[in-house]
Design a protein around this ligand. Structure first.
Ligand code: FES
Length: 568
């Protein structure tokens, strides 16, 4: 028997002794034989003083344990890495794959029949799902849930779309020091993840659409009692899965479920990061996220959820309006309702149970969408041979077809130093270009794609400009911003060939991004480029592994040897 405590015995060359020894030590914690003979549900603990988004994790864990024990199994909590957006240097994305490796190996190394992963702050859910998919043990995902909203002078505020909006006002001189300080204490009024449709909310909704979490788990606010009841119910489901030995992620994650996830990603006005994470998750399965198919879906799927930054509301309003089940009900035939979820039910059952909330306006019907097309478009052109992404639902309509003069920044540091220089030759019609900010270049593809409007233009009332880069952008950000230009400049992409004053043409309707410089001139510039040397930061340790094996954005930025079949 290789279940429960007998699973994955430590190698001492004598299985009986290995089990004997394991029981000797675990009994030191006071467990009885009755407890130790039960199926085991592992529960990840990502609580950290550095991660306020995960502030309710201890309470969630207690509720999960209750659910597991009520169902006759044994809960065992174990720690993994925790990553918080604003506490990760150089950027949280640099650590996502480390967390995925840590979580996968700890699921594999320790005896458990099912696992509950509890996460939320942007990179954590993707890392945990990548791990769960690779370990392929029955898995229940519990997002920690969004914060409740803040209030300031009668206005409803949310992290961090309003952080950016108000900081831009402060930079433009419209808000003084005292007010920005007051706002600083009001933007995040509770534990939980950012309550706009940022990456955390996006990935929680995508997880629900993939069938890996219980219905409504994406949207219940982090401090609400309902969140802990959901955790208890999740514990019960995990215990049942441990006993039944399924369903495993490999049984739930099908071509249809990935398509459903992409439809939901478009319909919620989701974060561009969601596309990278979903691609990385799919690449650990036999399925793929095809950028062309994703773009085509974007033309068919309307944005129905009215949340910032594409719309007006916040996650708690989405929740009270019926959450992801109601959204999928509104999407109707765009969702494959035969897809299965962790409980063994189908999305048809989930949608049938969706609540009807009279008068709600956070989830629109298909005949009255927020935007007739989906949130994101995939662009190609001589600047982005393998693609680039724009969240056009949060862009300025008048800039979606635009030709402008390039103002180039060599790196994030260069941009930080020069963007506010009064002597910078820049005007509102120019295109701000940031390079060397991709997966290898920065490293870790920081969320620097939301280049600030140069102060002198901000003060003159300019609210948006076309900005392009090989970086990412926070899902909470907005503007006419082209991201994930692939290949990145540090990997020889054509973004590295742009010079100040070149003309760049963006045409979102035609899905194109082009540098208006002839091919012969570009060839000349390419020939003059010096071959890239291995950067100093990448000489040892995790940094070395990262630099050697990180994939580009169109492949999900996983390590090349971590994909489903390993290194190809
Ligand atoms: Fe953690 Fe936004 S900072 S979810």
């Amino acid at each position: 028997m290789t279940d429960g405590l007998r699973k994955g015995l430590t190698s001492y060359g004598d299985a009986g002794f290995s089990l004997f020894l394991r029981k000797v030590f675990i009994k030191a914690m006071g467990y009885s034989d009755d407890a130790l003979n039960r199926p085991i549900v592992g529960i990840t603990n990502t609580y950290s003083d550095y991660n306020p988004c995960h502030g309710n994790v201890p309470q969630i864990i207690e509720a999960v344990k209750r659910g597991v024990m009520l169902t006759g199994a044994m809960p065992m909590v174990f720690p993994t890495i925790s990553i918080a957006e604003s506490f990760a240097f150089p950027t949280s994305m640099y650590l996502r794959n480390l967390m995925a490796m840590d979580t996968e190996e700890m699921i594999r190394a320790q005896p458990m029949d099912a696992v509950v992963v509890i996460g939320g702050c942007d990179k954590t859910l993707p890392a945990q799902i990548m791990a769960a998919v690779s370990a392929d043990l029955p898995t229940v995902v519990i997002p920690v849930g969004p914060m409740v909203v803040g209030h300031h002078k009668g206005e409803v505020l949310g992290a961090c779309t309003d952080c950016r909006r108000l900081w831009a006002k402060y930079r433009a001189g419209e808000i003084d020091d005292a007010e920005i300080e007051a706002v600083n204490g009001r933007l995040a009024p509770s534990v939980g993840t950012c309550m706009v449709m940022g990456t955390a909310s996006t990935m929680a909704c995508v997880t629900e659409a993939l069938g890996l979490s219980l219905p409504m788990s994406a949207t219940i606010p982090a401090p609400h009692a309902e969140r802990f009841r959901l955790a208890e119910a999740s514990g019960k489901v995990a215990a049942a899965m441990a006993k039944a030995k399924g369903p495993k992620p490999s049984e739930l994650l099908t071509k249809s479920s990935f398509r459903n996830a992409q439809v939901v990603l478009q319909a919620i006005g989701g974060s561009t990061n969601g596309l990278i994470h979903l691609t990385a998750i799919a690449n650990r399965t036999p399925h793929r996220v095809d950028l062309e198919v994703f773009d085509k879906l974007g033309r068919e799927v309307p944005v129905l959820v009215d949340l910032k930054p594409s719309g007006e509301h916040y996650m708690e309003h989405f929740h009270h309006a019926g959450g992801v089940p109601k959204l999928m009900a509104q999407l109707g035939g765009l969702i494959d309702l035969d897809a299965k979820i962790i409980t063994g039910q189908t999305l048809r059952d989930v949608v049938a149970a969706a609540e009807e909330v009279p008068g709600q306006d956070a989830i629109r019907p298909r005949n009255d969408p927020i935007k007739p097309e989906g949130a994101m478009a995939v662009l190609h052109g001589n600047l982005a041979p393998r693609g680039a992404v724009i969240k056009h639902s949060a862009a300025s309509p008048k800039l979606l077809q635009h030709t402008g003069r390039a103002v180039v920044f060599e790196s994030v540091e260069d941009m930080t130093l020069r963007v506010d220089d009064p002597a910078l030759d820049v005007n509102a019609d120019d295109v701000l270009v940031l390079r060397n900010a991709g997966p290898k270049g920065a490293p870790g593809m920081p969320e620097a794609g939301y280049l600030p409007i140069p102060k002198k233009l901000g003060r003159a009332g300019v609210k948006d400009m076309v900005r392009i880069s090989d970086a990412r952008m926070s899902g909470t950000a907005f503007g006419t911003i082209v991201l994930h230009i692939t290949p990145e400049s540090a990997a020889g992409g054509p973004l590295g060939l742009v010079k100040n004053g070149d003309m760049i043409r963006l045409d979102v309707e035609k899905r194109s991004i082009d540098l208006l410089v002839d091919a012969a001139e570009l060839e000349k510039r390419r020939a003059a480029l010096k071959p890239a040397a291995a950067p100093d930061w990448a000489k040892r340790g995790y940094a070395y592994l990262f630099n050697e094996t990180i994939l580009q954005a169109d492949e999900g930025c996983d390590f090349d040897f971590m994909r489903g079949k390993g290194k190809r």
